[in-house]
Design a protein around this ligand. Structure first.
Ligand code: SAM
Ligand code: SF4
Length: 306
Protein backbone atom coordinates (compact mmCIF):
# COMPACT_ATOMS: atom_id res chain seq x y z
CA UNK A 1 0.00 0.00 0.00
CA UNK A 2 1.15 3.51 -0.78
CA UNK A 3 0.29 5.95 1.94
CA UNK A 4 0.30 9.59 0.94
CA UNK A 5 0.78 11.66 4.09
CA UNK A 6 0.31 15.11 2.53
CA UNK A 7 -0.64 16.80 -0.75
CA UNK A 8 1.76 19.67 -0.04
CA UNK A 9 5.23 19.95 -1.49
CA UNK A 10 8.32 22.15 -1.35
CA UNK A 11 8.81 21.75 -5.14
CA UNK A 12 6.42 22.25 -8.08
CA UNK A 13 7.41 19.70 -10.72
CA UNK A 14 5.70 20.62 -13.98
CA UNK A 15 4.25 17.16 -14.66
CA UNK A 16 2.97 16.77 -11.11
CA UNK A 17 1.37 19.90 -9.72
CA UNK A 18 0.37 23.43 -10.69
CA UNK A 19 2.74 26.38 -10.24
CA UNK A 20 0.61 28.07 -7.61
CA UNK A 21 0.66 24.93 -5.45
CA UNK A 22 -2.69 23.64 -4.33
CA UNK A 23 -5.63 25.00 -2.49
CA UNK A 24 -4.95 23.81 1.06
CA UNK A 25 -7.75 21.55 2.21
CA UNK A 26 -9.49 21.92 5.53
CA UNK A 27 -7.51 20.08 8.21
CA UNK A 28 -10.66 18.19 9.22
CA UNK A 29 -10.82 16.53 5.76
CA UNK A 30 -7.37 14.99 6.07
CA UNK A 31 -6.48 11.73 7.84
CA UNK A 32 -5.00 12.19 11.31
CA UNK A 33 -1.83 10.33 12.29
CA UNK A 34 -3.93 7.90 14.36
CA UNK A 35 -6.25 7.26 11.39
CA UNK A 36 -3.26 6.59 9.13
CA UNK A 37 -1.93 4.02 11.59
CA UNK A 38 -5.36 2.37 11.97
CA UNK A 39 -5.55 2.16 8.17
CA UNK A 40 -2.11 0.51 8.08
CA UNK A 41 -3.26 -1.94 10.79
CA UNK A 42 -6.42 -2.75 8.81
CA UNK A 43 -4.38 -3.22 5.62
CA UNK A 44 -1.87 -5.45 7.43
CA UNK A 45 -4.73 -7.58 8.78
CA UNK A 46 -5.72 -8.22 5.15
CA UNK A 47 -2.23 -9.34 4.18
CA UNK A 48 -0.52 -6.15 3.07
CA UNK A 49 3.17 -6.48 3.96
CA UNK A 50 4.84 -3.53 2.33
CA UNK A 51 4.16 0.13 2.85
CA UNK A 52 5.53 3.00 0.79
CA UNK A 53 5.15 6.45 2.29
CA UNK A 54 4.79 9.21 -0.25
CA UNK A 55 2.96 12.46 -1.04
CA UNK A 56 3.15 15.36 -2.02
CA UNK A 57 6.47 15.60 -0.29
CA UNK A 58 6.33 13.36 2.80
CA UNK A 59 9.20 15.18 4.53
CA UNK A 60 7.24 18.45 4.78
CA UNK A 61 4.81 16.65 7.09
CA UNK A 62 5.72 17.66 10.65
CA UNK A 63 5.03 14.27 12.25
CA UNK A 64 6.57 12.17 9.45
CA UNK A 65 9.15 10.45 11.68
CA UNK A 66 6.45 9.39 14.13
CA UNK A 67 4.20 8.12 11.30
CA UNK A 68 7.10 6.05 9.92
CA UNK A 69 8.03 4.68 13.35
CA UNK A 70 4.46 3.66 14.20
CA UNK A 71 3.79 2.20 10.73
CA UNK A 72 7.00 0.14 10.87
CA UNK A 73 5.88 -1.30 14.22
CA UNK A 74 2.49 -2.51 12.93
CA UNK A 75 2.26 -6.29 13.16
CA UNK A 76 2.53 -7.84 9.71
CA UNK A 77 4.24 -4.87 8.06
CA UNK A 78 7.62 -6.15 6.91
CA UNK A 79 8.93 -3.12 5.13
CA UNK A 80 8.39 0.63 5.22
CA UNK A 81 9.93 2.55 2.31
CA UNK A 82 9.66 6.23 1.47
CA UNK A 83 9.68 8.29 -1.75
CA UNK A 84 11.04 11.82 -1.49
CA UNK A 85 12.50 14.64 -3.56
CA UNK A 86 15.40 14.52 -1.08
CA UNK A 87 15.57 18.23 -0.31
CA UNK A 88 14.95 17.84 3.45
CA UNK A 89 17.05 14.71 3.92
CA UNK A 90 20.13 16.44 5.37
CA UNK A 91 18.24 17.02 8.60
CA UNK A 92 15.95 13.98 8.51
CA UNK A 93 17.70 10.99 6.93
CA UNK A 94 19.14 9.57 10.15
CA UNK A 95 15.86 9.94 12.09
CA UNK A 96 13.93 8.21 9.29
CA UNK A 97 16.39 5.33 9.21
CA UNK A 98 16.20 4.98 13.00
CA UNK A 99 12.39 5.07 12.79
CA UNK A 100 12.50 1.91 10.67
CA UNK A 101 12.41 3.16 7.05
CA UNK A 102 14.40 0.53 5.14
CA UNK A 103 14.55 1.90 1.62
CA UNK A 104 14.42 5.31 -0.03
CA UNK A 105 13.42 6.37 -3.53
CA UNK A 106 14.71 9.80 -4.55
CA UNK A 107 13.41 11.75 -7.54
CA UNK A 108 15.88 13.28 -9.99
CA UNK A 109 15.01 14.04 -13.60
CA UNK A 110 18.20 15.78 -14.76
CA UNK A 111 21.86 16.33 -13.90
CA UNK A 112 21.83 19.88 -15.25
CA UNK A 113 21.27 22.62 -12.62
CA UNK A 114 19.37 24.91 -15.02
CA UNK A 115 17.09 22.08 -16.17
CA UNK A 116 16.49 20.98 -12.57
CA UNK A 117 15.46 24.53 -11.67
CA UNK A 118 13.15 24.56 -14.71
CA UNK A 119 11.39 21.23 -14.15
CA UNK A 120 10.93 21.67 -10.38
CA UNK A 121 10.15 25.40 -10.83
CA UNK A 122 11.65 26.23 -7.40
CA UNK A 123 14.31 23.62 -6.60
CA UNK A 124 18.11 23.67 -6.80
CA UNK A 125 20.17 20.68 -7.88
CA UNK A 126 22.74 21.40 -5.18
CA UNK A 127 20.09 20.79 -2.50
CA UNK A 128 19.21 17.49 -4.17
CA UNK A 129 22.84 16.28 -4.05
CA UNK A 130 23.24 17.28 -0.40
CA UNK A 131 20.10 15.23 0.38
CA UNK A 132 21.33 12.33 -1.75
CA UNK A 133 24.62 12.12 0.17
CA UNK A 134 22.74 12.32 3.47
CA UNK A 135 20.68 9.32 2.29
CA UNK A 136 23.82 7.31 1.43
CA UNK A 137 25.42 8.20 4.79
CA UNK A 138 22.34 7.19 6.81
CA UNK A 139 22.71 3.52 5.80
CA UNK A 140 19.40 2.68 4.12
CA UNK A 141 19.24 -0.88 2.78
CA UNK A 142 18.59 0.46 -0.69
CA UNK A 143 18.53 3.85 -2.39
CA UNK A 144 16.88 4.19 -5.79
CA UNK A 145 16.72 7.25 -8.02
CA UNK A 146 13.60 7.82 -10.13
CA UNK A 147 13.62 9.91 -13.30
CA UNK A 148 10.49 10.69 -15.29
CA UNK A 149 11.28 10.41 -19.01
CA UNK A 150 10.36 13.61 -20.83
CA UNK A 151 10.99 13.94 -24.58
CA UNK A 152 12.97 17.06 -25.50
CA UNK A 153 13.93 17.57 -21.87
CA UNK A 154 15.97 14.66 -20.49
CA UNK A 155 15.99 12.00 -23.20
CA UNK A 156 19.53 13.20 -24.03
CA UNK A 157 20.62 12.42 -20.45
CA UNK A 158 19.65 8.74 -20.28
CA UNK A 159 23.27 7.54 -20.43
CA UNK A 160 24.59 10.06 -17.89
CA UNK A 161 21.73 9.27 -15.45
CA UNK A 162 22.33 5.54 -15.94
CA UNK A 163 26.05 6.08 -15.20
CA UNK A 164 25.05 6.97 -11.62
CA UNK A 165 24.75 3.20 -11.05
CA UNK A 166 28.49 2.92 -11.71
CA UNK A 167 29.38 5.89 -9.50
CA UNK A 168 27.17 5.09 -6.50
CA UNK A 169 25.51 2.01 -4.94
CA UNK A 170 22.08 2.99 -6.27
CA UNK A 171 19.47 1.75 -8.73
CA UNK A 172 18.40 4.17 -11.47
CA UNK A 173 14.80 3.89 -12.65
CA UNK A 174 13.25 5.53 -15.67
CA UNK A 175 9.49 6.07 -15.52
CA UNK A 176 7.27 6.89 -18.47
CA UNK A 177 5.52 10.18 -17.82
CA UNK A 178 1.83 9.70 -17.13
CA UNK A 179 -0.70 12.24 -18.43
CA UNK A 180 -2.37 13.27 -15.20
CA UNK A 181 -5.43 15.46 -14.81
CA UNK A 182 -3.51 18.74 -15.01
CA UNK A 183 0.11 17.68 -15.47
CA UNK A 184 1.54 20.51 -17.49
CA UNK A 185 1.52 21.32 -21.14
CA UNK A 186 3.23 18.19 -22.42
CA UNK A 187 2.58 17.19 -26.03
CA UNK A 188 2.77 13.80 -27.66
CA UNK A 189 6.53 14.04 -28.30
CA UNK A 190 7.14 14.47 -24.55
CA UNK A 191 5.88 10.95 -23.85
CA UNK A 192 8.99 8.86 -24.37
CA UNK A 193 8.57 5.06 -24.48
CA UNK A 194 10.80 2.98 -22.18
CA UNK A 195 12.36 1.33 -25.24
CA UNK A 196 14.25 4.60 -25.87
CA UNK A 197 16.24 3.90 -22.69
CA UNK A 198 17.42 0.57 -24.05
CA UNK A 199 18.43 2.22 -27.34
CA UNK A 200 20.57 4.68 -25.36
CA UNK A 201 22.16 1.86 -23.30
CA UNK A 202 23.31 -0.80 -25.80
CA UNK A 203 25.60 -2.41 -23.19
CA UNK A 204 22.85 -2.92 -20.60
CA UNK A 205 22.22 -6.60 -19.83
CA UNK A 206 18.80 -7.87 -18.74
CA UNK A 207 18.70 -9.19 -15.17
CA UNK A 208 15.86 -11.16 -13.50
CA UNK A 209 12.95 -9.11 -12.10
CA UNK A 210 12.83 -8.71 -8.30
CA UNK A 211 9.07 -8.97 -7.86
CA UNK A 212 8.49 -5.26 -8.58
CA UNK A 213 6.95 -3.69 -11.66
CA UNK A 214 10.27 -2.58 -13.23
CA UNK A 215 12.02 -4.42 -16.04
CA UNK A 216 15.62 -4.69 -14.83
CA UNK A 217 18.96 -4.22 -16.60
CA UNK A 218 22.53 -3.65 -15.50
CA UNK A 219 25.50 -1.83 -16.98
CA UNK A 220 28.85 -3.65 -16.90
CA UNK A 221 30.66 -2.92 -13.63
CA UNK A 222 27.63 -1.20 -12.09
CA UNK A 223 26.73 -1.35 -8.37
CA UNK A 224 23.00 -1.06 -9.02
CA UNK A 225 20.33 -1.90 -11.58
CA UNK A 226 18.58 0.13 -14.24
CA UNK A 227 14.79 -0.19 -13.86
CA UNK A 228 12.25 0.61 -16.56
CA UNK A 229 8.69 1.38 -15.53
CA UNK A 230 6.31 1.52 -18.46
CA UNK A 231 2.73 2.25 -17.44
CA UNK A 232 1.91 3.52 -20.96
CA UNK A 233 3.82 1.44 -23.49
CA UNK A 234 3.80 -1.95 -21.72
CA UNK A 235 1.30 -1.65 -18.91
CA UNK A 236 1.62 -4.07 -16.01
CA UNK A 237 -1.98 -3.87 -14.73
CA UNK A 238 -2.34 -7.68 -14.77
CA UNK A 239 0.29 -8.05 -12.05
CA UNK A 240 -0.32 -4.79 -10.17
CA UNK A 241 -0.97 -5.46 -6.49
CA UNK A 242 -0.79 -1.84 -5.32
CA UNK A 243 -3.46 0.14 -3.59
CA UNK A 244 -3.12 3.78 -2.65
CA UNK A 245 -4.39 5.71 0.35
CA UNK A 246 -4.57 9.46 -0.22
CA UNK A 247 -3.87 12.07 2.45
CA UNK A 248 -7.59 12.87 2.54
CA UNK A 249 -8.41 9.26 3.29
CA UNK A 250 -9.47 7.83 -0.07
CA UNK A 251 -8.42 4.35 -1.13
CA UNK A 252 -7.69 4.33 -4.85
CA UNK A 253 -7.53 0.75 -6.12
CA UNK A 254 -6.06 2.05 -9.40
CA UNK A 255 -3.90 5.14 -9.90
CA UNK A 256 -5.81 6.12 -13.04
CA UNK A 257 -9.38 5.35 -12.07
CA UNK A 258 -11.85 7.78 -10.48
CA UNK A 259 -12.97 5.02 -8.07
CA UNK A 260 -12.38 5.98 -4.45
CA UNK A 261 -13.36 4.40 -1.11
CA UNK A 262 -13.30 6.71 1.89
CA UNK A 263 -11.69 5.65 5.18
CA UNK A 264 -11.99 9.07 6.84
CA UNK A 265 -13.71 8.85 10.21
CA UNK A 266 -13.98 5.03 10.22
CA UNK A 267 -12.74 2.67 12.95
CA UNK A 268 -10.57 -0.42 12.32
CA UNK A 269 -13.48 -2.65 11.29
CA UNK A 270 -14.99 0.00 9.04
CA UNK A 271 -11.63 0.63 7.36
CA UNK A 272 -11.03 -3.08 6.89
CA UNK A 273 -14.42 -3.51 5.20
CA UNK A 274 -13.78 -0.57 2.81
CA UNK A 275 -10.29 -1.83 2.04
CA UNK A 276 -11.67 -5.25 1.17
CA UNK A 277 -14.28 -3.68 -1.09
CA UNK A 278 -11.62 -1.59 -2.84
CA UNK A 279 -9.32 -4.57 -3.35
CA UNK A 280 -12.06 -6.80 -4.77
CA UNK A 281 -13.04 -4.01 -7.13
CA UNK A 282 -9.56 -3.26 -8.40
CA UNK A 283 -9.99 -2.36 -12.09
CA UNK A 284 -8.61 -4.79 -14.63
CA UNK A 285 -6.50 -2.13 -16.35
CA UNK A 286 -6.23 1.63 -16.49
CA UNK A 287 -7.38 2.02 -20.08
CA UNK A 288 -5.45 3.83 -22.82
CA UNK A 289 -3.10 6.51 -21.54
CA UNK A 290 -1.34 8.93 -23.87
CA UNK A 291 -1.13 12.64 -24.62
CA UNK A 292 -4.80 12.59 -25.70
CA UNK A 293 -6.29 10.00 -23.33
CA UNK A 294 -5.41 11.51 -19.98
CA UNK A 295 -5.67 9.76 -16.63
CA UNK A 296 -9.20 9.44 -15.27
CA UNK A 297 -7.93 9.74 -11.69
CA UNK A 298 -9.41 13.24 -11.38
CA UNK A 299 -6.41 14.32 -9.31
CA UNK A 300 -2.84 15.35 -9.92
CA UNK A 301 -0.04 13.05 -8.82
CA UNK A 302 0.75 15.02 -5.63
CA UNK A 303 -2.87 14.45 -4.55
CA UNK A 304 -2.67 10.69 -5.07
CA UNK A 305 0.83 9.58 -4.13
CA UNK A 306 3.06 8.45 -6.98
N1 SAM B 1 7.61 14.29 -3.59
C1 SAM B 1 8.13 12.98 -3.65
C2 SAM B 1 9.02 12.78 -4.86
O1 SAM B 1 8.98 13.61 -5.76
O2 SAM B 1 9.73 11.77 -4.89
C3 SAM B 1 7.08 11.89 -3.59
C4 SAM B 1 5.81 12.10 -4.35
S1 SAM B 1 5.99 12.17 -6.11
C5 SAM B 1 4.30 12.37 -6.62
C6 SAM B 1 6.38 10.47 -6.45
C7 SAM B 1 6.92 10.17 -7.82
O3 SAM B 1 5.91 10.41 -8.79
C8 SAM B 1 8.12 11.01 -8.22
O4 SAM B 1 9.20 10.18 -8.58
C9 SAM B 1 7.62 11.78 -9.42
O5 SAM B 1 8.64 12.04 -10.35
C10 SAM B 1 6.54 10.87 -9.95
N2 SAM B 1 5.56 11.55 -10.77
C11 SAM B 1 4.86 12.67 -10.51
N3 SAM B 1 4.05 13.01 -11.52
C12 SAM B 1 4.25 12.07 -12.48
C13 SAM B 1 3.72 11.85 -13.79
N4 SAM B 1 2.81 12.68 -14.32
N5 SAM B 1 4.14 10.76 -14.48
C14 SAM B 1 5.06 9.90 -13.94
N6 SAM B 1 5.60 10.05 -12.72
C15 SAM B 1 5.21 11.13 -12.01
FE1 SF4 C 1 6.58 17.54 -5.30
FE2 SF4 C 1 7.27 15.05 -5.83
FE3 SF4 C 1 5.33 16.24 -7.22
FE4 SF4 C 1 7.82 17.06 -7.59
S1 SF4 C 1 7.02 15.02 -8.06
S2 SF4 C 1 6.01 18.38 -7.25
S3 SF4 C 1 8.67 16.79 -5.58
S4 SF4 C 1 5.26 15.74 -5.10
Amino acid sequence: MRLSVTELCNLRCRYCMPEEGICKKDHAQMLTEDEMITAVEAAASLGIRKLRITGGEPLVKKNIVSICRRAAAVEGIQEVCLTTNGILLPRMAKDLREAGVKRLNLSLDTLDPAKYAYITRIGTLEDFWTGFHAALDAGFEKVKINAVLIGGFNDDEILSLAELTRQYPVDMRFIEMMPMYDSGDFREASFVPYTRVLEALPHAQAVPADGGVAKLYRLPGAMGNIGLISPLNAHFCGTCNRIRLTADGKIKPCLHSADEYSLKGLDFDGMKAELEKAIWNKPQWHGDLDAVNRSKAGRNMNQIGG
